[in-house]
Structure formats: C-alpha cells, structure tokens
Ligand binder design. Structure first.
Ligand code: FAD
Ligand code: SF4
Length: 484
C-alpha cells in the first residue's frame, strides 16, 4: 500500500505490542511482538523526510533512515531491505538491541518537537524480518575468489561484520573464537528476551554458507599462537572484546554466592541454548538476588533472575534513575517484570560466614560534578542497612584483558586503559594487524562494533591491495577444530 509521508500530524508514535509482564517472566523469548505489516507501514509514514536527518547523523552506521522509511511506507519492502543492508551488516540485530532512545530515535526531529519520534528500530527489524521471510537475505556470493586470506580473532559482531564485508570482496576469511559458538556477546552476553539466539545463529549459518570458515573452540595465544596466525594470513583483525570484570571491592566479596555478571549470564544463555550439566550455583531459582550496578549488564542480570524464578530481585545502584548508564527502556521493562530498584545506595560489605546471607549497603547523595561532568556519589554517614541475599551478582563493567601478554606479542601497543592502540585505518602498531570493536573502544555497543568491523574490512582491503603478495601464505590452510 502506498502511503503519503509526514503523517506525524495524524498518527501518534507506536511501538510493537509488548507481551504482558506476567507472561514474559516465565520465558526467555523476546518481549516485543512483531509489528503487523500495516502498522509498520503507517509508522514509517510518520517520517518528516528532513533535509538534514539527525537520526541518520546519530546512527553510528549512518543508515539512510529517511529513505528506507519512505520505501517501507510505500510498500517497496525489498528495496527498503537492500538499502538497510547496504550500510548495516545485521540490521535485524540493531533494530532489536540498539539503545535507540540515545541514538537515532532520540535525535529524530519529531522527538525533539514533542510529536514523538519515529519508531526506527522496530521498523528496521520489521524490514529485515520481512526480507528473511521472503527469502531476500542470501549468503554472500563474491564476484571472484581472491587468493589472499584474512584471519579474524573473535566472532562477535565486530569480527563477524568484518568477515562478511571481506568475503563480499572475495577474500578467504577465517574467524577464530575461543567459545564453542560464534556470536560473542550476542550469543553469550545478551539474553534471549532482548535478542533470541536463533536470530544470531541464522547469521552465522549464512556466513558459513557464503564461504567464511568459522573455527570455534580455538583461543589465539593458547591453541594457536599469534605468530602462527600472522604467518597463516595476509592480514589479521583482532576483535576480541573486553572481558576482565571489574570486581566488587568490599569485605565478603569472595564469599560463596557472589558471582560475576558474565559468568551468570553465560550460564543462563547456555541453558537457553539447551546445554546440559550447567553449574546449579548460578541458577537464581528460589533465591533472594541482589545485583550491584546500573548499566545494561545489570539490567540483563536482574531480568534473567526474574525469569529463573528468584524469590526476590533487587538492583543496588549508587546514583539515581536519571543518572544511571543503563537504558531507561530497560529499567521500565525490569520494573514491569518485578525488579525492585534501590537507588542511591552502594555496597559496604557482603555478609555471611562461608556463604552470602545479606548485603550491607549505605545510602548515597550526589555531590558536585567530577571532571567528566557527572555528579559524584558520596556516602551518607550512619545510613547503613542490610538487604537479605542468597546470591549477589556484581555487574560493575568490563576492562580489556592484557592482549599483548595473552598473544605473546609485546610490540602490540595499548592505551593507558588497556585497549589496543590503532591509527585512523584501525591498524595496530603491527603491520597488517588491525583491531575493531570493544577491544579498541572499551565496553561499547553492538552497532559501534559493526561499524568498526566494516571500516576495518575496507582498510584491510586497501592494505592488502597496496602490497605485493607473499605467495607462501597460500599453503597455510586453517585447520578448523570445530567449524560450525
Ligand atoms: C550483558 C551485556 C549486555 C549488552 N547489551 C547490549 C545491548 O543491549 N545493546 C548493545 O548495543 N550492546 C550491548 N552490549 C555491548 C555489546 O555486546 C558489545 O559492545 C559488543 O558485543 C562488542 O562486540 P565485539 O565484537 O567487539 O566483542 P564481543 O562481542 O565481546 O566478541 C569478542 C569475541 O572474541 C572472542 N575472543 C576473545 N579473545 C579471544 C582469543 N584470544 N581467541 C579467540 N577468540 C577470542 C570472544 O570469545 C568473543 O566471542 C552488552 C554487553 C553485555 C556484556
Ligand atoms: S543501527 Fe541502531 S542507531 Fe542506527 S538506525 Fe538502526 S537502531 Fe537506529
């Protein structure tokens, strides 16, 4: 159906319906229902078709949002998909999990003018799901095969986006990952209620069908040396993410029952994927759970605990709601599902003899802004209180691992935060070794990892084409340990 644009004067913004909280507490399926096609088209027709589209400017990928909204509104769905896919390797993933309120939708002119922004993320998901249903999403077919090969360390969104882009040009691409499945945090970090596992697996299957070699269960630096990897490939991309958890720094932090957020989420995601023999200590069923932290990882932990059947779930955060780093949408979902937020409170100690029994916390107030402009939380003396707990989950963020040490390559330069140093082509201090995603930016977003992966692929292509080829590399075929 062809629609006129600028329908924001007539139509209010509307997101796809959410499943009722009581229903979604019982499973790990996505909480939003699919957009009905008519509704998606109507919502797309609200777009104002701005001359200077701030949504596009604030999308890290520079997606041509007004154009694919217009194509969707006028029923030209295949063209809408081609346009969405031309700038984004995984539009259905971004449509689901980008914090749109901080990116495209938050900067839509209609949002700024109080008409309510266009529901861009949900429409991006709808366009791509339509494309999958119609069979328009196909494995990559390169125009010609090139002899040169690229080795990618890390099968998260950064590594996979680069793999897709390089394979499209015709390179022989191998992705190595230490986990038994590809996807990085898309598969083992982000829970199914935000991003169902089959959505990620569908993409890795397409990559394999397109000729990308996926080698899981292989840790570079342990199962294959970094030097051998460089020997094997014409260029290397490091997309290893950031995994060193910032620990809880208080008395009792080592008691049984205190867990790191990612250990907890990986175990839950494995259960969701059907894995057996998982550690029962990491199951929140019947427990009083306290999650410490206020970012997206903390939100994923509290909502996972609810679904596992915890007796109570509390989130302890030292600032207030307005100053938390996590998405406000996620907080709202968590509250609907029964999570209790304890704002302006920080842990003083974890109590218990051998096993956690409670968290002792104190109240905070927000003082003067620090150098980053954020008001720093300060303890209110004598305000201590205890929260009963059988399980405490620390979700205080992540830092990079020591990649030069893990790879046995001290010439790999890092910043003072431990992220890899790269130049404007995303090349590290080593010739022909590039880096992308969280290991360059620090803990960030999927959409930025995709952007970096695509940019790194373009830089690797230029780098390889600018050099005379070392033909000895042709002999070095990767030996998949467990290709998916
Ligand atoms: C719990 C959680 C929830 C999140 N939710 C969101 C969200 O809703 N929206 C959003 O945009 N972002 C979210 N993020 C952030 C997002 O997941 C990351 O920014 C993104 O995944 C980074 O992509 P990446 O490819 O750089 O790294 P990763 O996704 O971390 O992938 C890196 C991969 O490298 C592998 N690897 C590491 N070292 C080696 C080695 N030596 N050898 C072989 N393989 C190795 C790892 O196993 C991993 O698979 C979330 C993060 C977490 C932790
Ligand atoms: S990729 Fe993310 S920021 Fe860009 S249009 Fe899609 S949802 Fe918005």
């Amino acid at each position: 159906m062809a629609r006129k644009m600028l329908q924001f004067t007539r139509l209010d913004p509307c997101q796809p319906a959410k499943r009722p909280a009581a229903e979604r507490r019982g499973d790990f399926r996505e909480i939003s229902r699919a957009f009905e096609p008519e509704r998606a088209g109507d919502q797309a027709s609200r777009c104002e078709q701005c001359g200077i589209p701030f949504c596009q400017i604030r999308c890290p990928l520079g997606n041509n949002i007004p154009d694919w909204l217009m194509l969707s509104a006028t029923g030209r769905m295949e063209e809408a998909y081609q346009m969405a896919a031309s700038t984004n390797s995984f539009p259905e993933i971004c449509g689901r999990i980008c914090p749109q309120d901080r990116l495209c939708e938050g900067h839509c002119v209609l949002e700024q003018s109080k008409h309510g922004g266009v529901t861009i993320g949900a429409i991006e998901k709808h366009i791509t799901e339509t494309a999958f249903a119609e069979g328009w999403v196909e494995p990559v077919v390169p125009p010609r095969e090139l002899a040169a090969s690229v080795g990618i360390v890390g099968g998260g969104p950064g590594g996979l986006a680069a793999a897709e882009a390089l394979r499209r040009i015709g390179y022989q691409v191998t992705v190595y990952d230490r986990h038994d499945r590809m996807g990085g945090l898309l598969i083992y970090g982000i829970p199914g209620f935000k991003l169902e596992k089959n959505v990620v697996e569908r993409r890795t299957k397409l990559l394999a069908q397109g000729g990308v070699t996926l080698v899981s269960g292989t840790e570079i630096g342990r199962d294959l040396s970094f030097a051998d990897l460089r020997e094997r490939h014409d260029a290397v991309l490091i997309a290893t993410g950031v995994y060193r958890a910032r620990g809880l720094d208080c008395e009792g932090a080592k008691l049984a029952g205190v867990h790191a957020a990612l250990d907890y989420l990986i175990r839950s995601n494995r259960a969701d994927l059907g894995d057996q023999g998982l550690d029962p200590a990491l199951d929140a069923k019947g427990k009083n759970v306290v999650v410490i932290g206020g970012g997206d990882t903390a939100m994923d932990c509290v909502r996972t605990a609810i679904r596992q059947g915890a007796r109570s779930v509390k989130c302890l955060y030292r600032r207030d709601r307005a100053n938390m780093p996590g998405s406000q949408r996620e907080v709202a979902h968590a509250e609907e599902e029964g999570v209790e937020f304890v704002w302006m409170a920080a842990p003083e100690a974890v109590l218990g003899e051998t096993k956690v029994t409670a968290v002792r916390a104190h109240r905070m107030h927000l003082g003067m802004p620090d150098s980053s402009g954020r008001r720093s939380p300060q303890v209110i003396e004598g305000s201590g209180f205890d929260l009963p707990a059988d399980m405490v989950i620390s979700a205080l963020g992540f830092e990079p691992e020591d990649v030069p040490a893990l790879f046995g390559e001290p010439r790999l330069k890092t910043t003072r935060w431990g992220t890899l140093t790269v130049d404007d082509r995303l090349m590290t201090s080593l010739d022909g070794v590039f880096a992308a995603g969280d290991i360059v930016r620090g803990a960030s977003l999927v959409v930025w990892a995709i952007k970096d992966g695509r940019d790194a692929a373009a830089a690797i292509d230029s780098h390889i084409k600018a050099k005379p080829r070392d033909k000895t590399k042709d002999k070095a075929k990767p030996k998949p340990k467990a290709a998916q």
